[in-house]
Design a protein around this ligand. Structure first.
Ligand SMILES: *[C@@H]1O[C@H](CO)[C@@H](O)[C@H](O)[C@H]1NC(C)=O
Length: 85
C-alpha cells in the first residue's frame, strides 16, 4: 500500500511536469484534477500558488536541456522535476 501511494505520488508529480510543459489548461483545471486524485487517497486539497508555480517553471526552463531534474535546493522544499539521467 505504501509503495502504491509512492507510485501514485510519482505519477501526480509527472503529471505536474507534463502540465507545465504543455500548459494548455488553466491552473484551476489542473488543480481540480489533482485534488480529485488527492481526495481519492485521503490527502488534503492544494491551492494554486503563483509564486511557487513561477519558481518551478523557471527552474524547469533552466534545466530543460541538461537533465539535472533533481532537487532544486530552492526555498520551496519541492522537486519541480523528478527525472535523473
Ligand atoms: C505562496 O508560497 C510562498 C512560499 O511558500 C508563500 O510565501 C506565499 O504566502 C504563498 N502565497 C499564497 C497565496 O499562498
Amino acid at each position: 500500500m505504501r509503495s502504491m501511494m509512492k507510485a501514485l505520488a510519482c505519477l501526480l508529480a509527472l503529471a505536474l511536469v507534463i502540465r507545465l510543459f504543455h500548459a494548455q489548461d488553466s491552473p484551476q483545471d489542473y488543480l481540480s484534477a489533482q485534488n480529485t486524485a488527492r481526495a481519492a487517497v485521503g490527502v488534503a486539497p492544494m491551492t494554486w500558488n503563483t509564486t511557487v508555480a513561477t519558481y518551478a517553471q523557471n527552474y524547469l526552463n533552466q534545466h530543460i536541456g541538461d537533465c539535472k531534474m533533481v532537487h532544486s535546493g530552492g526555498p520551496y522544499g519541492g522537486e519541480p522535476g523528478m527525472g535523473q539521467c
